[in-house]
Design a protein. Structure first.
Length: 263
């Protein structure tokens, strides 16, 4: 059975079996109702044509994105990532549970080395500098922190970073969720004692978990910092088909770097 699985947004964790003419939108008359101001009343619908599933934009205001490309109509393929408003979905067939998988550590690096490397790269990558100034500018120009965090959210949405939250490590090494800057990810990832100890030494940890049936990987960058005697972690993540390339992974690192400057 074909399924649309919500990985981020108001309906995160929900699975929707696909039937013909399944409607997606903001009003209750839709089959999938998304209460998001960026979603049109009748935003899109799914159409089954001889076993092929098509996703069709219904002249929505903010459009429809599949694998980061805007479409009016597209036949869906296994593992396609769909963005509707501020919500993320994955199209797949099968019964694998996307969230019952343990993370594995990909790498860990000294934070200062990562910071130096990214700042040097920023000198040669104009997009990084634009990102930096886009985020830092409202903070410098206004005392309105509500506006600042709202602007920051908009930047994160454009990055397609689905997982984004602030964690605190308590003195007993337990993890506490403090703040979610998007609604994409409000579940604390499973982190064992050894990883927590490692992060308290100011190391960045990159983690991933795989869903082999649809070649889907979730990457999390755990970016630690310390304020006074307390330890905190920015958790940033993205779902991707296959491996993230260096530039995409640097986007996650760079966002964590900026946050550590500001928070």
């Amino acid at each position: 059975m074909s399924i649309l699985y919500c990985t981020g947004g108001e309906l995160e964790g929900s699975a929707f079996p696909i039937k013909n003419d399944l409607k997606i939108g903001r009003v209750p008359s839709n089959d999938i109702v998304i209460k998001d101001s960026f979603v049109s009343k009748e935003h899109a619908f799914l159409y089954d044509h001889s076993g092929d599933i098509y996703l069709i934009d219904n002249d929505s205001h903010n459009g429809l994105y599949i694998n980061n490309i805007k479409f009016k109509l597209k036949r869906l393929n296994q593992g396609d990532r769909i963005k509707i408003g501020k919500n993320f979905f994955i199209y797949y067939e099968g019964s694998d549970d996307l969230f019952q998988r343990e993370y594995e550590i990909v790498s860990h690096d000294n934070k200062d080395a990562i910071k130096d490397s990214l700042l040097k790269e920023a000198e040669f990558h104009e997009n990084y500098l634009q990102i930096f100034y886009k985020i830092i500018s409202p903070y410098l120009q206004t005392a309105d922190r509500v506006k600042f965090w709202a602007d920051l959210k908009n930047v994160i949405y454009r990055f397609n970073i689905e997982n984004f939250l602030l964690l605190k490590i308590d003195r007993d090494n337990s993890i506490k969720k403090l703040e979610v800057l998007t609604s994409y990810y409000d579940k604390i990832p499973q982190i064992d004692e050894n990883m927590i100890t490692l992060m308290k030494t100011d190391n960045i940890i990159t983690m991933k978990r795989s869903v082999e049936s649809i070649q889907l990987k979730e990457y999390l960058v755990m970016y630690p910092f310390k304020r006074a005697e307390d330890h905190y972690i920015w958790c940033l993540g993205r779902f991707a088909q296959g491996e993230l390339n260096k530039d995409e992974l640097n986007q996650l690192y760079f966002t964590g770097l900026i946050l550590s400057f500001l928070k």
